[in-house]
Design a protein around this ligand. Structure first.
Ligand code: KG4
Ligand code: ZN
Length: 345
């Protein structure tokens, strides 16, 4: 089936056209079109995402991207759009004004162009969770995937999920304050690096020594699976105030190491305790090379599969929304068939 997906939960306006098939046993995806219009340059002067500006930019960009994806000359006019079977749109979690622009756009598309095509709402985090499926690399390993532990780390979220099967997940831990990506962005600001800070910290950290400053590893030994990054951020602030001459690259590397140490320790402990077959890493911070490498190595050490999306699918995009929509749709169909079977009994 062909899925048209829309994602506007934060500062990326994204549309994708994805061919999905294979069912729940072997879901497979072919990305036909993947368009992402980033608002980074617009938000950069403010040092973070401004919701009202995000909304304005989504409103401006959605018709432009749709024109591109549809090959049409007008935003909602005559189309030579390929036949689609499902429209999917992110409904949350995310910035409310930003989310609504996507939802309203999807409704308008359905009303004016695709009246017979079903429209479904998709959870943004499920999008991140299933984004590792957007590669053929894991095709043969699917049966060795579940139960899994998934670490979703983005600008808005840091959560650990226990994923017993393709269609179920349970949150076992989350951040009590800042998300990991948010901490990267805020520490970058302290180091006078531009927004978004994650990639900038990674670049600077590559020239520094991760052992130079012993920043705290918040909650690393706590028995639960929650995280907290606000105190770590404050430690960096005080360290910079008290040691202004320290090499910034050492600070970036030491901060990055502290975050990665906590994320990896808790994820590996969960993988052991829940006796999973794999560890899934996703979300914007999953683009961090040090995190990918460290978590990948530690996962392999305990003989679990390590599953991570290809680089282009870590930060927000609409292909992951299409993937989650496909799984959700299969789940819904399965439930309907079961209900039908019950009625026939
Ligand atoms: O998933 P995402 O695109 O948006 C949300 O759903 O929040 O994640 C964006 C976050 C930002 O905080 C950004 O700084 C972080 O991902 N990020 C990184 C890297 N690339 C993006 N953090 C650390 N290292 C990176 N290479
Ligand atoms: Zn996201």
């Amino acid at each position: 089936m062909k899925i048209l997906a829309i994602e506007t939960s934060c500062d990326e306006t994204a549309l994708a056209l994805v061919e999905a098939g294979g069912g729940l046993r072997q879901p497979m995806f072919k990305v036909l079109k993947n368009l992402v219009s980033s608002q980074i340059a617009v938000h950069r002067p403010f040092g973070g995402v401004v919701p009202s500006i995000a909304k304005r930019e989504h409103l401006k960009n959605l018709p432009i991207i749709f024109k591109k994806i549809s090959g049409s000359s007008t935003s909602l006019g005559k189309l030579n759009f390929p036949k689609i079977d499902l429209i999917a749109v992110t409904v949350g979690p995310g910035l409310e004004p930003a989310l609504w622009t996507g939802v309203n756009f999807a409704k308008e598309l359905k009303k004016k162009i695709f009246p017979k095509i079903p429209l479904i709402g998709v959870n943004h985090l499920e999008g991140h969770l299933y984004s590792f499926l957007l590669t053929t690399r894991y095709k043969l390993q699917i049966k060795n995937t579940f139960p899994a532990i998934a670490l979703i780390v983005s600008g808005g979220h840091t959560i650990l999920l226990y994923v017993p099967s393709f269609t179920k997940w349970k949150k076992i831990g989350e951040t009590r304050d800042d998300a990991a990506g948010e901490a990267f962005d805020k520490v970058a600001k302290m180091l006078n690096l531009p927004y978004p800070g994650g990639p900038e910290i990674q670049k600077l950290a590559a020239q520094g020594d991760g052992e130079a400053v012993k920043f705290p590893r918040p909650m690393i030994h706590d028995k639960n699976y929650d995280f907290s990054f606000s105190g770590l951020k404050t430690s960096v602030l005080y360290y910079l105030r008290d040691n202004p001459r320290t090499d910034k690259a050492d600070i970036a590397a030491s901060f990055q190491k502290a975050v990665v140490d906590v994320l990896v320790a808790k994820t590996i402990r969960a993988a052991k305790e829940y006796d999973t077959k794999s560890v899934i890493l996703s979300g914007g911070v999953a683009a961090n090379a040090f995190l990918r490498e460290t978590l990948g190595n530690e996962t392999r050490k305990i003989n679990r599969n390590f599953l991570v999306p290809p680089m282009d699918f870590n930060t927000d995009n609409a292909t992951m929304i299409a993937a989650a929509a496909y799984i959700q749709n299969l789940k819904r169909k399965r439930r309907a068939i079961r209900a039908q079977a019950n009625l026939n009994l």
